[in-house]
Design a protein around this ligand. Sequence first.
Ligand SMILES: Nc1ncnc2c1ncn2[C@@H]1O[C@H](COP(=O)(O)OP(=O)(O)OP(=O)(O)O)[C@@H](O)[C@H]1O
Length: 314
Amino acid sequence: MPAALIADGVRREYGDTVALDGVSLSIDAGEVFALVGPNGAGKTTLVRALTGTTDVDGDVSVFGEPPTEVARARLGVLPQDFSPADRLTARELITYYAGLYDDPRDVETVLDEMGLADTADTRYGNLSGGQQRRTCVGATLVNDPDLLVLDEPTTGIDPAGRRALWELLEGLAAGGTTILLTTHYMAEAERLADRVGLLADGQVAAVGTPGELVGEYGGETRLEIETDAEPAALASTDHRVDSRGGLLVVEDVSATDISAVVAELDRNGVAYGELAWRQPDLEDVYLAVTGQAVGGGGDPVEEPARDPETGVAR
Ligand SMILES: Nc1ncnc2c1ncn2[C@@H]1O[C@H](COP(=O)(O)OP(=O)(O)OP(=O)(O)O)[C@@H](O)[C@H]1O
């Protein structure tokens, strides 16, 4: 498959800070690629490098050309801090952005696809966080781009809004749009991406499908037991047992082994609270590969519902 996007040895410094330290990666046409990393890893700088809005050392090409020379209509870019005028409605905003292109998509169709048909006449400032972000994505789609680049598209929006946006992106990907997104939500990368790139301290630490990365670096399934007991409490088990912050962690436990471990706890009179069985995921991979936690882990904050007229939280 031809490459939609190639970075080769990309480096960017800001004074003494090395934001990108020799990044090389290639994204195929039609692929959904998630760039994952915690705050400060270099995600935004890489997005800016790949879309030609900051100068870098090294080579970048988009559809075989330098990013600044690619036909504007082929690219859709949603910056992390994109913040349109609060006083314009979703329909007015999409119409405005459509006016920047020679052959834009039909505004009503875009509103419909974004799930904004019913709120099209609500001012941007009075939309929920999820609706606002979908409006922004709509603005980046009016030109029917071949490559969509989204910098942290779901940061700060509520779980329902995030799921709606995921479905939207899945639909676009199914239609053949190449998507590069950055995120610090591992579940987002796991669900959406064909391949994931782990970015840490300005370097790509690993690239692969979620399954490949978890298989190679994720470690074993494990049982986490909430207890103050020491590993010796499970001395007769065949599994490795570690003590970690109020938990006993029993490694490589299959689902069917759980009852044997619990029986041993009971036999030894060990007091315990919750039991959680975990399969390794991308969080574990990131920690294993970089030695750092991504930290964006769980669900984004729940946003209060707002009054559509006043914008006041209810
Ligand atoms: N314009 C700038 N001037 C100075 N330093 C910068 C600038 N932009 C980024 N940096 C630094 O470069 C590093 C990478 O920042 P970048 O914004 O690319 O990371 P990020 O992974 O996108 O983080 P976040 O998730 O917080 O947006 C950080 O140390 C940041 O402070």
